[in-house]
Design a protein around this ligand. Structure first.
Ligand code: NI
Length: 263
């Protein structure tokens, strides 16, 4: 079995100019599957080419809540998302969601964009990658209202509380652990993860951001997801191998369009 980094940004530097070596370092550590995440429609051709050029790299389509203000109106956005998702290596929608911590885009515009991603996800039967920060209640409300209990996906880089965890689990969502889980001050978050069932866990780097300990402060890269998986094994009181097998199975179940050469 092998690990899958369920959320990285291979189009960001320093990875973008050194993708082969970046993927090679990951593979040496047993990280053999990669999902590179869309943040803006202008990135679609680049992400598609990264995925086309690398066997076990898949990509997603989406507008990050920070970029929502700069994107297309709802109808056009819906059209682009649903059309581009026909690409064989585009396997999900996101990252989308709500960010009231930075509020780089006005709240109503973020909501409209999130709603459009949820609608596209239902139409195309592809999962959502949800980013939520300081917006727990509105995020869950939109997933319920627009998603009608049918939308599926992952709460990426989860750093929320027990309430958000339970709501997400009730909706059938997966919870993704990032490098934050290894931080000294993340004691509460580790407690929250104790009660996420194994069959709902994913792991990610969010590279180049949020490198786990002992790489904190360096640019993150997919190879480092190993540290998060090891921490997760410690928190859940299971062998590291169990985390590898389980998170990979979970990923394959959620992102069922992704077909890996190494499976
Ligand atoms: Ni991200």
């Amino acid at each position: 079995m092998f690990l899958i980094d369920s959320h990285c940004h291979l189009d960001h530097e320093p990875m973008a100019s050194d993708i082969n070596a970046t993927l090679m370092r990951a593979k040496e550590k047993g990280v053999k599957g990669f999902l590179t995440i869309g943040t803006d429609l202008s990135k679609i051709p680049l992400l598609a080419s990264i995925a086309e050029n690398n066997d076990d790299v898949f990509a997603t389509l989406g507008v990050h809540p920070h970029e929502a203000e700069k994107t297309l109106p709802e109808k056009e956005l819906y059209k682009v998302l649903t059309q581009e998702s026909q690409h064989p290596k585009m396997v999900g929608f996101g990252e989308t969601g709500l960010d009231y911590y930075y509020t780089h885009s006005p709240v109503e515009i973020q909501k409209a964009s999130f709603k459009t991603h949820i609608e596209a996800s239902l139409e195309c039967d592809l999962p959502l990658i949800v980013h939520t920060r300081n917006a727990d209640e509105d995020t869950i409300a939109l997933l319920k209202e627009v998603g009608q209990g049918k939308a599926k996906g992952v709460m990426h880089c989860f750093s929320g509380n027990a309430w958000l965890r339970d709501q997400a689990l009730e909706l059938g969502f997966y919870i993704s652990a990032s490098g934050i889980l290894t931080f000294n001050k993340a004691e509460e978050l580790r407690e929250v993860f104790k009660h996420v069932p194994l069959e709902r866990l994913l792991v990610e780097t969010d590279a180049p951001f949020l490198a786990p300990i002992p790489y904190r402060g360096k640019p993150n890269e997919p190879a480092f997801v190993v540290e998060t998986a090891k921490k997760l094994a410690e928190i859940k009181g299971v062998e590291y191998d169990v985390i590898i097998t389980q998170t990979t199975q979970n990923f394959l179940k959620l992102f069922s369009k992704a077909r890996f050469s190494c499976v």
